[in-house]
Structure formats: structure tokens, C-alpha cells
Ligand binder design. Structure first.
Ligand code: UDP
Length: 235
């Protein structure tokens, strides 16, 4: 394969492949927080994220969600469809936590009356600013129909994942998704791992996600391994 690095992100590198419609996604042993201000080499993290994300994407695919995942090539590499990235991060919140709690000076943990969807414009230079529906359509980042479809898919994914994690006594607090366009369709891209969601133990309310790294609460690899074990135990 003639692989060329075409993008190097905080948690993954993306390479071209011989097939023009597919890319190679390589998960890195690197953790970052606070928009890359804190960066650490963490052996084993890439493998865990790849395994957890593969598990989640396979489950979503089985339940009718279209994604970029073609197949796993190794324990830290995936073959994915090449898409045109829609540069918005789609955040869905079931409970009050993180930046939402901080922004409105609220205590973390309360269920929201219904899930909230927020958008952030993907730009490291601008620190991923909040962007609303009108701004997205005016700037022609996505059409109104596309945005409605993205919101609909995000709510469906939420319902599917709440159910999946509940089997493992995990509460899905919030998460971030990304979408891309391919062949006139919008599909789920990127990854779904404890790097981009909040998972709380249903009984003890302890975090099993990247907050353990952000807040120096526990070992990241041990924590992510617990999530994978719980998922695989529920097979
Ligand atoms: N998130 C993410 N990437 C980002 C920002 C947030 O994956 O650049 C995820 C984060 O892990 C959490 C959810 O989106 O599950 C909501 O994050 P929040 O806005 O609360 O920001 P944070 O407190 O993580 O900075």
C-alpha cells in the first residue's frame, strides 16, 4: 500500500491508501486535554480507543446507522471511507456536566428534561467556538436539511447507546460526534470512545472516561480497559 500521511490529529493519524475512496486511520498512544495544552504519551491508549470505537460502530451499524467504518486492519488501525468532513462537532447532553455546568454555574449530575444538541465549529486556532444553526447554514457549512438529518441521527445514536451502556451499568452523560458527506449521503465519521464521551458508573457515579485524565483522578488506560471489559462482557 502506498500510504501517505494526509492528516495528523491529536489522537489519530490519517493516511491515504491505494484505493482513492478509502483512508487508513491509525489510533495514537497520545492523550491531550485543554485544547492540546496538556499532551502525554500513554502506551496502550490507541489500541483501547480503537477497540472500543470498533465495538460501538459495529453496534451502531447493526442498528441501521451509516458510518465510515469499512473494517479493522489491526488492533489500532481501521480502514474507513473517505468523506468530505463537515467541520462541526456535534455535542449531545443527557445530563449536566463539563462546559455546560461551568457556563451556567450549575452542579454536575442532574438529568436534562430532554437531550440538548449543541454545535461547535471545528477550528483549533479558534478553540472550537460555539456555533448555532443559523450561523452554520449562513456560512454554508451545512444546509438546513443536512442539519436536521444530523440532529435526527445524533438523537437515534443517543437512544441506541444509552441502551447499550445501561446493560453495563454505565450512564451516558454526554458525547461528541462528527459527520461527513460521501456519495450524496451524510454518515458518522471519527471515533466513539471515552475520549469523546462522558460515562459514569450508574451506582457510584464515578467517571470512566477522559475526565479521569483531565482531573488526574485515575489511570487512563486502566479506566478505558474497564469500559472495554464491560462492553465485551455484555456480548
Ligand atoms: N468533547 C470532545 N471534543 C471536544 C470537546 C468536547 O470530544 O473538543 C466531548 C467531551 O468529551 C464530552 C462532550 O463532548 O463528552 C461535551 O464536552 P463539554 O462541552 O462539556 O466540554 P469539556 O468539559 O469536555 O471541555
Amino acid at each position: 500500500m502506498s500510504e501517505q500521511l494526509i492528516y495528523s490529529g491529536k489522537a489519530k493519524d490519517v493516511f491515504s491508501t491505494d484505493n482513492d475512496s478509502e483512508l487508513l486511520m491509525v489510533y495514537k498512544d497520545q492523550a491531550t486535554a485543554f485544547n492540546g495544552e496538556r499532551k502525554e504519551h500513554i502506551p496502550g491508549k490507541g489500541q483501547l480507543n480503537c477497540k472500543i470505537s470498533s465495538y460501538i460502530f459495529d453496534y451502531l451499524i447493526k442498528n441501521g446507522i451509516k458510518t465510515h467504518l469499512v473494517k479493522n486492519l489491526s488492533d489500532h488501525e481501521q480502514l474507513v471511507l473517505k468523506t468530505e468532513l463537515i467541520p462541526v462537532e456535534v455535542v449531545l447532553r443527557n445530563k449536566i456536566a463539563g462546559s455546560f455546568a461551568k457556563k451556567f454555574a450549575l452542579e454536575e449530575g442532574k438529568n436534562l428534561p430532554e437531550p440538548i444538541i449543541e454545535f461547535y465549529y471545528k477550528s483549533d486556532a479558534l478553540d472550537d467556538p460555539f456555533i448555532n444553526d443559523n450561523q452554520i447554514t449562513s456560512l454554508e457549512i451545512a444546509t438546513e436539511d443536512e442539519l436536521n438529518y444530523i440532529k435526527d441521527q445524533t438523537r437515534k445514536i443517543n437512544q441506541l447507546l444509552i441502551k447499550l451502556f445501561a446493560q453495563d451499568s454505565l450512564d451516558l452523560v454526554d458525547f461528541k460526534l462528527e459527520f461527513g458527506r460521501v456519495n450524496g449521503e451524510i454518515i458518522l465519521i471519527d471515533e466513539f470512545s471515552p475520549d469523546n464521551c462522558r460515562l459514569w458508573d450508574h451506582n457510584t457515579h464515578t467517571s470512566l472516561d477522559k475526565d479521569v485524565f483531565r482531573k488526574n483522578q485515575a489511570d487512563l488506560v486502566e479506566t478505558y480497559q474497564k469500559v472495554l471489559n464491560r462492553l465485551e462482557g455484555a456480548k
